[in-house]
Write a protein that binds this ligand. Structure first.
Ligand SMILES: [Zn+2]
Length: 638
């Protein structure tokens, strides 16, 4: 995933509710009870997922057959999930699945064509984790069929009205299951420690197309029924579905783009380098194992930058800038085909194995496709994000392996997992040399392909390979400091960009009045230069200074959303009203939380509470429910 779903994650006590929910199961006790209570001072147990009720020591799901009927009128999925299970012992304990807000109609269990009704109970719902579905299993049953209906406010599903789409004629549905929202549209063992294959049948209104994180067929007829197969085992958070007025355009032999037709042309042009990125990543880090790599461009309400669903990454349209300046997002989602989708974090504490490796790979892909200058600029911007965020984080949350017990797992999506994780790998690269480190990464991806691993499993592997072979340049003591200590180790590498070192004097010259804005040569500037130039401005600027900038560079109407965002932050801080029309338009047409959460907060800080509330009242219903909730909370708190 790139950037967060929620603006500020609302922390809710999970474990207490979880235990209360499971205290009196009337269908027997599973042998591996859900997450144990948290003792103050204790350490989380490696490999344990504290965010799932599933008793994965008794049963493991290997495959799921899904059947969805998409009801846009009622905003629900009518679902059937057929779970194929491995029984790991002879205890015949009840099976516990994760659910959230599902109305369960029937549960049948059996195998070999013989099924019986299986007694079940649904525990109390915890606000973080949903509710456990506990099922009494007939002896030897290895298949379970659950019929159910989702709730209209299921957290994984966003139902868009036609006016929220580019075409404005048809509704649109998409799912976003990371981190623990798959349980709101499928009853399952919702932990990244379990890997499943899946097949699906999706029934839609006949004019719409369904696509999934599976073997999409762009030629599939629009007849209201689509079938899919995902033959490689994936963690449940990668199950994804979208339904809308979607068309397809090939970009290369193995790559293509799905989008509403209004965005298709621009998206295919913007992301035309995707095939080159794929080829280069294979050359450097080993084979791509998912057959095709396509992109789905979502409507602007999509709350995050991108989501790495295998074979079909979901992408925000806000990165279509016309000049490929924001395509690092594509490199990021593609890189997840190695780090994250192929080798997965066993629990959310281990997310850095997923996002840190991906951020490192993203930089490498950008360097290979676009050259050194871009590479160093992207790295320097990422580093600046990290340094910016560090003061806002509590010490324990600055470790790469974060203790998330009793917490919403989405709290782990900070720049620690991404940028500190990447910087750690960059240090390893500098220590042993790029050739050696690349060889290590290829071996690592091969060793753990299609597995979910813990931080400790990674450390064991690192110690027995790279550290054993290069003890003179890498020590486990230093590695453990990176992983378990707050902040950055002493003398950690600092990515520097030559191009950026030229920005600072230009800004100073302009600030001191030695040059006017129109005299600044920006002809070679990309978004990266602009971001550095604008984000480095002093907090307060005089009105005539703002006018000088705006007149010279038309920043209020900047087509690049990242540049517009940086400019709008300056405008809010300084009460620059000529930009407020764009600000309102921006907040009413874009749902990407990374932008809108910050802009609302800036408005509240600047005393623009009335305007913020007025815009939110109108735009809030068009945002993703989790994004809307977190912004609503932030606005109310002030
Ligand atoms: Zn990511």
């Amino acid at each position: 995933m790139l950037d967060r779903l929620e603006w500020k994650v609302v922390t809710l006590c999970a474990a207490a509710a979880l235990l209360a929910a499971c205290s009196k199961p009337d269908v027997g006790e599973p042998s591996s009870a859900p997450a144990p209570p948290v003792d103050a001072g204790s350490e989380p147990v490696s490999g344990i997922d504290y965010h799932s009720y599933a008793n994965t020591d008794d049963y493991r799901t290997t495959h799921i057959d899904l059947d969805f009927t998409v009801d846009f009128e009622r905003k629900v999925l009518l679902g059937e999930a057929r779970l194929h299970l491995d029984r790991l012992n002879n205890k015949n304990n009840p099976l516990v699945l994760d659910t959230r807000g599902l109305r369960i109609d029937s549960v049948r269990a059996g195998g070999d064509g013989k099924f019986v009704d299986a007694p079940f109970t649904i525990g109390e719902e915890s606000s973080d984790l949903g509710a456990p579905l506990t099922i009494k299993m007939p002896a030897d049953a290895t298949t379970l069929v659950v019929r159910y209906e989702t709730s209209p406010d299921a957290l994984a599903l966003q139902w868009l009205e036609p006016q929220q789409t580019a075409g404005k004629r048809h509704p649109f549905l998409y799912t976003q299951a990371q981190s623990i929202h798959a349980r709101s549209f499928i009853p399952l063992q919702d932990t990244p420690g379990v890997r499943i294959t899946y097949d699906a049948t999706v029934r839609t209104p006949p004019e719409l197309r369904a696509v999934m994180s599976a073997d999409n067929d762009p030629e599939a007829e629009l007849d209201g029924e689509f079938t899919f197969s995902m033959p490689q085992p994936i963690p449940p958070y990668l199950i994804a579905l979208a339904v809308g007025d979607i068309e397809f355009r090939a970009m290369g032999e193995l790559t293509g783009v799905y989008a509403e037709k209004e965005m298709l042309e621009a998206a295919a042009a913007e992301f035309a380098d995707t095939e080159a990125m794929l080829e280069i990543t294979e050359e450097t880090f080993g084979p791509y194992r998912w057959d095709r790599y396509d992109l789905l461009i979502l409507p602007p309400a999509f709350p995050i930058g991108g989501m790495e669903h295998p074979r079909l990454s979901f992408i925000t349209p806000t990165v279509i800038a016309g000049d490929k300046s924001l395509v690092a997002l594509i490199a990021h989602e593609l890189a997840h085909s190695w780090s994250g989708n192929l080798v997965t974090n066993a629990s959310w504490r281990d997310l850095w194995l997923n996002e840190g490796f991906t951020t490192y790979l993203t930089n490498r892909i950008m360097q290979a496709v676009y050259g050194d200058e871009r590479y160093y600029m992207e790295m320097a911007l990422g580093y600046a994000d990290l340094i910016d965020e560090l003061p806002d984080l509590d010490d324990p949350d600055e470790a790469l392996a974060v203790d998330l017990r009793d917490r919403d797992p989405d709290e782990v999506f900070t720049s620690i997992a991404y940028e500190k994780g990447s910087l750690f790998l960059y240090e390893l690269e500098l220590a042993v040399g790029r050739d050696v480190f690349d060889r290590f990464l290829i071996d690592y991806f091969n060793e753990f392909a299609f597995e979910s691993i813990s931080t400790e499993a990674f450390l064991d592997y690192l110690e027995s390979t790279l550290v054993a072979d290069h003890a003179e340049s890498v020590s486990m003591e230093r590695v453990r400091q990176w992983i378990f200590a707050p902040g950055l180790p002493e003398a950690a590498p600092v990515p520097r960009s030559e191009a950026f070192s030229q920005i600072e004097p230009v800004r100073q010259d302009w600030l001191s009045g030695r040059i006017a804005a129109e005299d600044i040569d920006t002809s070679e500037w990309t978004y990266h230069h602009w971001k550095r130039f604008l984000d480095g401005m002093p907090r307060q600027l005089r009105r005539d200074r703002l006018e000088d900038l705006d007149q010279a560079f038309r920043l209020t109407s900047a087509p690049n959303n990242e540049i517009a965002f940086s400019w709008l932050r300056i405008a809010i801080r300084n009460g620059y009203e000529p930009a407020f029309g764009r600000l309102e338009d921006f907040l009413k047409t874009i749902g990407r939380t990374k932008f809108i959460g910050v802009l609302y907060e800036d408005m509240m800080d600047a005393g623009m509470n009335d305007m913020a509330r007025r815009i939110f009242e109108e735009a809030g219903p068009t945002y993703h429910p989790l994004a809307a909730k977190s912004i609503d909370t932030a606005i109310r708190e002030q």
